[in-house]
Design a protein around this ligand. Sequence first.
Ligand code: SF4
Length: 275
Amino acid sequence: MTRWLTTFPDSQAFEMALKGLEQAALAAEVIRPEPKYRLVGAPALVVDDEGRDFLGEKRDLTCSGWVEYRPTERPVPDEEPPIFSEDVFGRAAIMVLAPCVADETRIRLIAHITGDMAEVFPYLNAVMETASYIKSAPVLTFMDGYRMISLSPRRITVARADEIVDAWRVLEMIRYQVNRVWQQRATIQPSDALRQRPPALEILKRLPRTNCRACGEPTCTAFACKVYEGASSIEQCKAVFGGKYGYLKEALLEVCRGLGAITEKDSVKKGIKEE
Ligand code: SF4
């Protein structure tokens, strides 16, 4: 029997869901982010098919989405999160939770924060040697192992997290790093430099790699770089969008979202739905 995991934008929604399940005598396991991750997530619920159907029918309840439950191998650390006197991050709320398109054993999420990271990006860009920063977006992307992380001023996209505790760990790591760098900004020379970006390879890996030139570029590598730079739209790959490689479409859209190569504005403009 499949067990499902969901989480919520806030604790109030979680409490409402738990109460409803209890009143309906439906079993639920609770996974809590406290203490260490209490600023970056609300508790998660694990339920069976019946519990999922029950919550799905509650119109007054907003959950972030559903993924197949996989037990975590990492406990939530038994310590409070560090508090910063100048907190530019605030709190994070997971608004979207879904399986990764390219790897269904992992999860992807979109979190919104109450703070604003825009002014921190040039400082993060200066100290994170593997990050890439597109000032005009503005978007800062980097990898945490195999996880792809994209930061907008008030939004975080994480692709390929292991499970919910790993997702909270990543969000807390970002919260800490953003606030720490902001605290140390007097000692850091901010940088708007756009580095050569290995993340473009993540796009290339998902293209057909036939170098057919239908997109107007001489090679798939050149096209991947242009998409990552925001100079071309991923939909210009005719082999995938309208051609015989259509099965690569979802994986490409997901990696582009994860890397910030599809902005919210583009998604609306092109009718690409985020969820
Ligand atoms: S259209 Fe797609 S497959 Fe053809 S060259 Fe461009 S990126 Fe490669």
